[in-house]
Design a protein around this ligand. Structure first.
Ligand code: ADP
Length: 465
């Protein structure tokens, strides 16, 4: 990034400088040539008029004219030739071509049309001008004056412009280089600080947050990063807590099994009844361990929602009936009455397995945390957008302070009570994951000693994320 900024700034400076330099040089050259051409044409016209007066074309010995011609050639460092109607060179200030015939294009054109021509030969540095000589007092062209003038001094000035301009451009480039290195450093510094900050975070979450407020962009980047960092910290903490909870929960039944087995081993003569009793306890603990593992697996599966949702159109009334039918024997054992009330037939797009797991967890809890002879009401209703399930019980209720936590993994209101009733503390976490996976919501209303109501709202049509 640093090198790119430097190169960009240098290019941005160099290009206009070069355009200005070469533009100025070109402009000077065109203007100088134009002026020089005009001057020579002027001189030629004046001299041409004089030639008529002295009948120079027939007798090129006039000293006045020759002196004028010599002066013209000296001033402009050039050569002048006077050519008559037969295209014969009457006078050549270099005395090289006198008596020869000149049929160059410009001369012929000037002779035929009586028009002044000029030509700039950039390569060989000279300007050539032809000017017609008219018959005295008439319109007929009787000869042509051909003047070629060196443009060496224009060339010299042009070179000076280029050299001096080049030096100025060079100085500008040096200043720009220093400035661009400085600017690039200033621009890159906050990015470096952010990178360093991120590296520190990669080594482990510290309490440091990024504060790079140099530019609006870096401030926004820092804020976004801090937000992400905060979220990662929360996730990390909850993961750590989860792992420690899982380990603890999985260890508890194992510890009981170990204690039971050790007690038996220490009593080689223990009666068979005792063995049976202890083995039953061991079997219970193993069942519990199994239940925790099953719930954990369901929870993990539930968390990977997007990929694993298996959405179909399901008759919710039937689903509820079947769930209640499965749970009734447990309810009967506790002498709890389970009633279902359906306000209308509901068909919705859901993942049947996940959703029925959620419903059965809710109803199971309503039975589990109930009194002998209590009741559980399950009702189903719907509008044009959602369907609603209400699971109401006459059970022990949940204290207000615990209500916000009951959906957390492994959270139990009364550890000893729950343990005696059985349960892993994962049931409601599972329910919540399933509801969220269906883009729904769940609420709890409860008062201790009176009962608890869970209401679930799920969209009739599943919308993928
Ligand atoms: P568990 O496996 O212990 O039932 P859950 O996640 O299903 O775990 O429930 C968490 C806690 O919420 C339970 O331990 C219990 O204390 C309380 N709870 C859940 N449902 C009810 C209910 N219907 N009535 C009273 N308490 C409940």
């Amino acid at each position: 990034m640093r090198v790119r900024i430097i190169v960009l700034v240098m290019l941005a400076g160099l290009l206009p400088c070069l355009v200005v330099l070469f533009g100025a040089e070109k402009f000077y050259e065109l203007r100088a040539v134009e002026l020089r051409t005009a001057e020579i044409q002027n001189q030629c016209t004046i001299l041409g008029n004089q030639l008529d007066n002295y009948s120079y074309l027939t007798d090129p010995t006039s000293e006045v004219i020759n002196a004028n011609l010599a002066q013209l050639t000296n001033i402009y460092n050039g050569r002048v030739m006077i050519i008559d109607r037969e295209l014969e060179v009457v006078k050549d200030t270099y005395s090289l071509d006198e008596g020869k015939t000149d049929v160059s294009e410009n001369v012929v054109r000037c002779m035929m049309n009586g028009e002044t021509t000029n030509h700039y030969d950039r390569k060989n540095h000279y300007i050539e001008v032809t000017s017609p000589i008219f018959e005295p007092g008439g319109e007929d062209v009787i000869g042509v004056m051909l003047a070629s003038v060196a443009t060496d001094n224009i060339e010299v000035t042009r070179q000076i412009i280029l050299t001096q301009g080049g030096i100025v451009v060079g100085i500008i480039m040096i200043i720009l280089a220093v400035l661009s290195v400085f600017t690039a450093d200033r621009m890159v510094r906050p990015v470096r600080r952010i990178t360093k900050g991120i590296e520190t975070v990669t080594e482990g979450y510290g309490d440091d947050v990024l504060h790079v407020d140099t530019f609006t962009e870096t401030r926004k980047l820092s804020e976004a990063f801090n937000k992400m960092l905060g979220r990662l910290k929360v996730l990390d903490e909850s993961r750590e807590e989860f792992v420690s909870n899982v380990s603890h929960e999985l260890k508890t039944p194992m510890t009981s099994v170990k204690v039971l087995a050790d007690s038996l081993l220490e009593m080689p003569d223990a009666p068979v009844e005792m063995y049976r009793e202890f083995m039953e306890d061991i079997a219970k603990e193993i069942d519990r361990e199994n239940q925790i593992i099953t719930d954990l697996l369901s929870l993990v599966k539930m968390d990977k929602t997007g990929q694993t949702m298996n959405i179909t159109s399901v008759n919710i009334n039937d689903l509820l009936e079947q769930t209640l039918k499965r749970l009734r024997p447990i309810a009967n054992k506790k002498n709890v009455e389970v009633v279902m009330e359906s306000f209308r037939p509901v068909i919705a797009e859901i993942d049947e397995v996940k959703f029925s797991l959620a419903v059965s967890n809710l109803v199971e809890n309503a039975i589990k945390y109930n009194h002998e002879g209590g009741w559980v009401h399950v009702s189903l209703n719907a509008d044009h957008q959602y369907f609603y399930i209400k699971v109401e019980d006459s059970g022990i209720g949940i204290p207000e302070k615990d209500q916000p936590h009951i959906f957390e993994r492994f959270y139990r209101v009364d550890k000893s009570h729950s343990r005696e009733i059985g349960g892993t503390g994962l049931g409601l976490a599972l329910v919540r994951s399933a509801v969220i996976a269906h883009r729904g919501s769940i609420k709890v209303y409860s008062s201790v000693g009176e009962g608890t109501t869970f209401t679930v709202r799920i969209p009739l049509i599943y919308v993928a994320a």
